[in-house]
Design a protein around this ligand. Structure first.
Ligand code: LRH
Length: 471
């Protein structure tokens, strides 16, 4: 009898993917079978995610998966970018589209929260770097949008499980990025909720990666392939699933997960919440196997994607491959501070970059046809410089040297960035999977079934990741 198939749903800020794992002659075959373009949507002065479009795309993707897997689909798991969440109507459906974390509504709420709990204090209690985008500041901003703070909510990827028929719960790795989880108890920090006056009753219970949250129900469940389908929470934070997808032992290596954001760090057993870690922008977030992701969040391909969108509107569309190729033939004209607040915003990115270049004493790049690769080169060079600084800080904080960088995610295809990273960090870069979140999610689902839904064991997880990567 053929091993059943599995599905991984990976929601990304630029595209959402439905992938299908099948076993053919004992070998794994993973295919992205459906992509849904995604991006923040402006409505009035606010930024949202178009949840309806995402859900209808997911339904199409799941139907395609059912057609492609007559042997049956044993489980589905969903992950997404961190921090966003869905407020729920009494029937458990989404009350409204979720806000996008880039919305500037959290500038004021963060300032107010900082006056109640100083950021370094919050960092020591939760391990999460108090970033403006964290869920905590978004929850505090909801009343200004007319939302009753007592309205139940759920983290975005876990909403997908709920929508498919699972129970309401937030998986630990995603929950830690809210900025509301106590580092020691690994549960919601009652004190933080109380001090910031956020109703804890509205928060979902926290579960661990690999936990079964229910069975697929509703219209899709009538399809043959979905008759016995479980909903298994992977590490629902995409970065945690991506790291779970690295088959190598990370005890001496750093990971570099690349995409809209880059995350450079490593796995640790003990949280580091020193002043240095705080100042260097390092956070301690949940990992799939209960240890910690210790990494720095770096604004990354967002900046390039925003430039490309702006050029496309101007009739200067570029394919990313061509842009990288041409950028390799140019030299850099400056280095940006990738963490600058203005580079996190959307629209008019070439103008923002020039403002930053001038602020830092470099010449601006005329935003005219033919100069696009110059912008790209500056972005890649700045990223490599930022990676090198993050690595130096990591080694200093952990008191040990790294011997390699395991790079995963979308930017692994960018040979120039890989080369520049090797040059600036002085370490070899091992290029891993582009869809590492998908590998990690599937490995967790498989390990969960093997461990009877208990928290997944690191060796089981690595074993499955190895098999899936070799497939
Ligand atoms: C990457 C990511 C990252 C978060 C950010 C909001 O997709 O999940 O780990 O910090 O989105």
């Amino acid at each position: 009898m053929q091993e059943p198939a599995r599905v991984a749903i990976d929601l990304g800020a630029e595209s959402c993917r439905v992938s299908l794992l099948r076993w053919i002659d004992g070998k794994s075959s993973i295919k992205v079978i459906h992509r849904i373009p995604n991006g923040p949507v402006h409505r009035g002065d606010s930024l949202y995610w178009d949840l309806k479009a995402i859900l209808s795309g997911l339904e199409d993707g799941l139907r395609k998966a059912a057609e492609a897997a007559p042997e049956g689909i044993a489980s589905i798991g969903a992950d997404s970018w961190g921090v966003d969440y869905v407020r729920l109507a009494p029937d458990g459906r989404a009350l409204r589209d979720p806000f996008c974390y880039r919305d500037e509504r959290t500038v004021a709420t963060k300032e107010a929260a900082d006056r109640i709990i100083p950021p370094f204090d919050l960092y020591q209690r939760t391990g999460a770097l108090p970033l403006r985008l964290n869920t905590v500041y978004q929850l505090l901003a909801d009343p200004a949008a007319g939302i009753d703070p007592r309205t139940p909510w759920i983290t975005l990827p876990d909403y997908i499980h709920l929508w498919l028929g699972g129970r309401r719960a937030s998986e630990y790795t995603h929950a830690t990025h809210t900025g509301l989880v106590d580092l020691k108890t690994r549960d919601w920090s009652r004190e933080v909720f109380r001090e910031l006056d956020i109703p804890i009753e509205a928060a979902p219970p926290i579960i661990h990666a690999g936990e079964v949250v229910g069975r697929l129900q509703g219209p899709l469940a009538v399809l043959d392939a979905f008759r016995e389908t479980q909903l298994i929470a992977p590490a629902t934070h995409d970065t945690a699933s991506a790291i779970a997808g690295i088959p190598a032992d990370l005890s001496k290596g750093a990971y570099l997960s690349t995409g809209t954001w880059s995350l450079l760090g490593t796995l640790t057993d003990v949280a580091v919440t020193s002043r240095h870690a705080f100042d260097a922008g390092y956070m301690n977030l949940g990992a799939a196997t209960g240890d910690l992701l210790f990494h720095s969040l770096i604004n990354s391909m967002w900046v390039l994607k925003q430039c490309m969108d702006s050029w496309a509107t101007d009739g200067r569309a570029w394919a990313i491959e061509k842009l990288v190729q041409e950028a390799a033939a140019r030299s850099t004209t400056g280095v940006l501070d990738m963490d600058a607040e203005v580079l996190l915003l959307d629209t008019e990115m070439p103008r923002r970059i020039n403002g930053e270049l001038q602020r830092l004493g470099f010449d601006p790049i005329p935003d005219v046809a033919g100069n696009e690769p110059l912008f790209a080169r500056v972005i890649f060079e700045s990223l490599a410089v930022r990676y090198a600084a993050a690595l130096a800080n990591l080694e200093k904080m952990l008191g040990r040297k790294m011997d390699r960088i395991h790079m995963i995610g979308g930017a692994t295809r960018n040979k120039l960035l890989v080369e520049l990273t090797e040059k600036r960090t002085g370490l070899p870069v091992e290029v891993g999977e582009t869809e590492s979140s998908t590998i990690g999610s599937l490995a967790i689902q498989l390990a969960s079934s093997e461990c009877g839904g208990q928290p997944v064991r690191p060796e089981a997880l690595r074993g499955w990741a190895r098999r899936l990567c070799a497939g």
